[in-house]
Design a protein around this ligand. Structure first.
Ligand code: ACO
Length: 374
């Protein structure tokens, strides 16, 4: 039997109706819809409904889901205390989100009620992220506004001011673009956890841990930092060349599945362009950096087919909306929790315990030597 490549590359580990990636054509389908068709048209609540129930909601179905999510926006004092304590210790935001997500068990009466737990996770994540951001900046948390939609309320809780329609639409498009993406590492984590008949809060808490690494969701902050550090178009070539000579990876480039340009990068590039004038220095610099990076990746890594991934333009969209870099990965989690919960529900309905094999590369037959004789 042929051994799988390390990292389970190319292995199908679950069937799903949630999303499909064609890495050669650069196409992403979400629940049957091409990404380009749905990302900038649907509200985030509609996406959540679509992922959970496999059809776009009617007006009454949407109202019902939205009101159930709204009811879960308010966090109990004990989670606020946890976040305040974490902020005093300067805990990284994704660790704070992971700790608070775990505490959401306090809000779920029956751990086996996957509907309640899914709603709680999706409904409460924005409040956790926004409250933590404000505590880190020495501010009071802003109470959720129950009259606002999911995305508008997130921006309201972050900034304490009502967002513009453009900001809401752009963030909604971003969340829809990244809400689900096949069996990525964090989704696989969520499915593996729930496949043991564990609970939904455990599944999303584990998934946060998988998302935070720079090989997955941790890249957009460093991608934007790189553009800022480069500073001028002339500096791009020597800066990136030096990085690649040192053997470093360029954040926002390369993907395990996409061997052509990540279609999400195009959707987000278009969204980002609304926040920047055609001659905006940052947007122009970013586009120049992207081109130089692609040229140099081809020079240093010929044949690896390293292209721009979603994270590069994520950074520009979120920056354009007014989010600080430390919010980029937690905001990714605010989106992807829709996919994690959808996959976990699907795994419970149709899946089996996920339990792959490991290839043993150690010795056999060793003899135990007592401590005093070693
Ligand atoms: N910069 C420079 N070289 C790279 C990059 C990069 N961004 N990505 C891959 N390579 C190189 C590797 O060094 C390797 O070179 P080698 O053949 O000389 O050893 C070759 O390309 C193949 O790389 P792999 O590690 O096999 O690719 P893998 O599929 O494991 O990695 C990953 C994919 C982790 C995304 C990688 O491209 C990377 O680290 N990118 C930068 C981080 C990033 O942007 N992460 C966000 C991903 S998108 C998401 O998860 C939402």
């Amino acid at each position: 039997m042929q051994q799988p490549k390390t990292g389970l590359e190319g292995i199908t580990a679950a069937d799903t109706r949630l999303s499909h990636i064609d890495g050669e054509a650069g196409e992403l389908t979400i629940a049957g819809f091409p990404l380009e068709e749905i990302a900038s048209n649907a509200s985030f609540e509609e996406m959540v409904y679509l992922l959970w129930f496999d059809h776009p909601p009617t007006i009454s179905e949407l109202e019902n889901l939205s009101s159930q999510l709204r009811a879960r926006r308010v966090l109990p004092p004990i989670i606020h205390q946890l976040l305040q304590e974490a902020a005093e210790r300067r805990t990284p935001p994704m660790d704070a989100l992971r700790m608070a997500a775990s505490a959401l068990t306090l809000l779920v009466e029956d751990p086996n009620d996957q509907d309640d737990a899914s709603l709680t996770a999706v409904g409460a994540f924005p409040t956790i992220v926004a409250a933590y951001e404000r505590y880190c900046n020495g501010l009071e948390a802003v109470e959720p506004d129950l009259s606002l939609g999911h995305v508008a309320n997130y921006l309201w809780m972050l900034h304490g001011t009502l967002p513009t329609d453009d900001q809401v639409r752009a963030l909604e498009t971003y969340l829809n673009t990244v809400c689900d993406h096949g069996l990525n590492a964090s989704t696989f984590t969520a499915r593996t956890i729930i496949s043991t008949n564990s609970d939904m809060i455990s599944a999303v808490t584990g998934a946060i841990g998988a998302l935070k690494g720079p090989a997955h969701g941790g890249a957009p902050g460093p991608a934007l930092d790189m553009v800022f550090e480069i500073g001028t178009p002339e500096n791009a070539e020597p800066y990136i060349r030096q990085k690649l000579e040192r053997g470093e990876r360029l954040m926002g480039f390369g993907h395990r599945v996409y061997k052509v340009r990540d279609p999400r990068a195009d959707v987000l590039a278009e969204t980002a362009s609304h926040f920047f004038a055609p001659d905006d220095p940052l947007f122009n610099l970013a586009q120049h950096v992207e081109q130089v990076a692609l040229d140099l990746l081809e020079e240093f890594k010929p044949g690896r087919r390293l292209q721009t991934n979603v994270e590069f333009y994520t950074a520009l969209v979120l920056h354009g909306i007014g989010l600080k870099t430390d919010l980029f990965t937690p905001t990714f989690a605010v989106a992807r929790v829709a996919g994690w919960t959808a996959h976990a529900r699907e795994q419970l309905e149709t899946g089996r315990l996920i339990r792959p094999m490991s290839g043993y590369v150690g010795e056999f037959g060793r003899r135990w030597v007592p401590l005093t004789e070693r």
